[in-house]
Ligand binder design. Structure first.
Ligand code: FEO
Length: 395
């Protein structure tokens, strides 16, 4: 059943307690997620977004318990990705003539996904639809995070339906930010930003400044995933502003993979060196093969610098390290320092290859990292410690 939110707005989404990965296997969702859909009732009735395809039937059955589907005057598709549009085909079989409001890019994406010629009603920033006592105002949010993404604002109720922006993969029965576990909420919010929105940070900054400059009253932000921001709703917009401007904390993340523990020992010695610099730097150490890559990326996002290590194998680097370098290249972090380290037995290409990978990923290389032949001995570990110490001094 739906949950009343405010002034005839009802949450009619789906909470997914089971999901543990998103975008195929690309994004871990250890806290589950929600597909938020909202029904807005005024003289006209509007459905904003739907749910992911496997829950389409359940979504529609629940919606039918709430109302006669034929009474829906408009469907707003803020974003065509299937976690929000997945129930559209089943819904449109029931109400085929209902207009779908979306951006021009939304028309292309929805047609590309479902190959259906529905009654699309494309909108641009500033377009409005009168629904009776209130208006829905549309705001294109191109590349936040797809070309079709859009938000809409409900006048009178002062609610921003922000779609993916400000969302979190966080399943909870308590619908609102003030009732949620704050630690999980902000960890999931920053993980979402770091892993999905980092490449679009410049656009995030521009769009948020643009929306804030409108000086619209915002009583509530209703994203399409996770909790609704009702207590100090703009706090998440201000966090996004902070995160979008090459965010960093006083933190260094060390990532390594190891075969016989020598590269691990190097990582730990570097960490001791950083700590010994006495600059209060938080050091996170991750084995790239034993930790979740999205959790690692979240810590890279928070860091001033990263150190990446691998032994040389087959004239290259271990696959988990290569995967993370590719992940970081795609996300395009800015204003972070980096260095490589690693062990070798004979050819010894790993440090050079990681350094090149970090350069490609846009990191500023801060010196030539240590290499250790076979098992790192006391002298090699001392070299790692000293490297960590000097590295920290540059931060
Ligand atoms: Fe939640 Fe971009 O879909």
């Amino acid at each position: 059943m739906g949950i009343p939110v405010k002034d005839g707005i009802m949450w009619v989404g789906k909470t997914d307690w089971e999901i543990r990965s998103f975008h195929g296997e690309e994004l871990s969702t250890f806290s589950g997620t929600t597909y938020n859909s909202y029904l807005v009732r005024d003289e006209k009735t509007v459905l904003i977004d739907t749910a992911w395809t496997p829950y389409a039937e359940e979504f529609i059955e629940n919606l039918k318990r709430e109302m006669d589907l034929k009474k829906i005057d408009y469907i707003v598709a803020n974003h065509a990705e299937m976690d929000h549009s997945g129930a559209l085909p089943a819904l449109m079989r029931e109400i085929p003539d209902t207009p779908i409001i979306c951006t021009e890019n939304g028309v292309k994406s929805l047609k590309g996904h479902y190959h259906a010629d529905w009654k699309f009603m494309p909108v641009k920033t500033g377009d409005k639809v009168n629904i009776g006592s209130r208006e829905l105002v549309f705001i294109e949010a191109r590349l936040l995070h797809w070309p079709d993404s859009m938000m809409c604002y409900l006048t009178g109720s002062n609610v921003l339906f922000s779609n993916d922006a400000f969302g979190q993969h966080y399943a909870t029965e308590t619908l609102y930010n003030d009732l949620a576990d704050q630690c999980t909420l902000f960890q999931e919010a920053v993980k979402y930003y770091a892993n999905i929105l980092t490449p679009y940070s410049k656009l995030v900054e521009q769009k948020i400044k643009e929306v804030l400059a409108l000086n619209l009253p915002v009583d509530m932000i209703c994203p399409s995933h996770g909790v609704i921001w009702r207590k100090d709703p703009l706090q998440i917009a201000n966090k996004y502003l902070e995160w979008s401007q090459d965010y960093q904390e006083n933190q260094v993340t060390i990532i390594y993979d190891t075969m016989w523990n020598s590269t691990r020992k190097m990582a730990e010695a570097i960490a001791r060196g950083i700590a010994a610099a006495g600059k209060g730097i938080e050091v996170k150490i991750y084995s790239s093969s034993r930790n979740d890559k999205n959790e690692i990326i979240t810590d890279v996002f928070k860091s001033k610098a990263v150190l990446v290590g691998s032994p040389t194998m087959n004239r290259g680097i271990l696959s988990s390290v290569a995967g993370l370098l590719e992940e970081m290249r795609g996300l395009g972090f800015k204003r972070k320092k980096a260095a490589a380290f690693g062990t070798y037995g004979w050819s010894g290409e790993s440090v050079k290859m990681i350094t090149e990978g970090l350069q490609r990923a846009g990191f500023e290389i801060a010196g030539e990292g240590p290499r250790a032949l076979w098992q790192a001995d006391d002298a090699a570990l001392k070299q790692c410690f000293d490297f960590g110490l000097e590295f920290a001094k540059q931060l």
